[in-house]
Design a protein around this ligand. Structure first.
Ligand code: MN3
Length: 205
């Protein structure tokens, strides 16, 4: 059974004015759809892989057959990364990280503002196309990491809890070459409640 383009939990215009409707619609219906289609084409050559979840395939990327490895890394990664991205953003609610996540951010980075500065620096300086990630590592610690293209922290054994797409297609229509402005605006649409849930799940709470 082929993977399907996941539905969004909100409308395309729900993240205005921070992320504009046209960017959201194009990003979801064109870019994410293309990753989905090409992922399925690759998997059709090795249908036995479809018994796993998409995340499972990316987690076990090193076991993917060589003839579709690059296609799965790029398009399977794109499929999974975008599915995750849509879930950690949503209509602005003005909330901040709370509970265990709020405490962990303070412990690891000093304060929410210090965390945001460091995450922004990672996202801003990532060369070319890629993503900035907040992940939980094997020692249950929070790490900020940048990954090129559609590479996934799942493949590194990390558990992602927050992601920012810094491919130009994610911001160029509204922000043109001003990636830092996009990053600043993006904080307004982070769904901290969801990120906190992912943090608890990553710790097995
Ligand atoms: Mn994208």
């Amino acid at each position: 059974m082929a993977f399907e383009l996941p539905k969004l939990e909100y409308d395309y215009d729900a993240l205005e004015p921070y992320i504009d409707k046209e960017t959201m619609e194009t990003h979801h219906t064109k870019h994410h759809q293309a990753y989905t289609d090409k992922f399925n084409v690759a998997l059709s050559k090795h249908p036995e892989l479809e018994e796993q979840s998409a995340e499972g395939i990316i987690k076990n990327l090193r076991e993917v057959p060589e003839d579709i490895y690059v296609a799965v890394r790029n398009h399977g990664g794109g499929y999974v990364n975008h599915d995750f991205f849509w879930k950690v953003i949503g209509p602005a609610k003005g909330e901040e990280p709370s509970g265990a996540l709020g405490e962990a951010i303070e412990q690891e980075f000093g304060s929410l503002n210090d965390f945001k500065e460091r995450f922004k620096e990672q996202a801003k300086t990532l060369f070319g196309s890629g993503w900035a990630w907040l992940v939980v590592d094997g020692d249950d610690r929070l790490i900020i990491t940048g990954m090129a293209n559609q590479n996934s922290p799942l493949t590194e054994g990390h558990k992602p809890i927050l992601a920012l797409d810094v491919w130009e297609h994610a911001y160029y229509l509204k922000y043109k070459n001003k990636r830092p402005d996009y990053i600043d605006a993006w904080w307004n649409v982070v769904n901290w409640e969801r990120v906190g849930e992912y943090y608890d799940e990553a710790l097995g709470v």
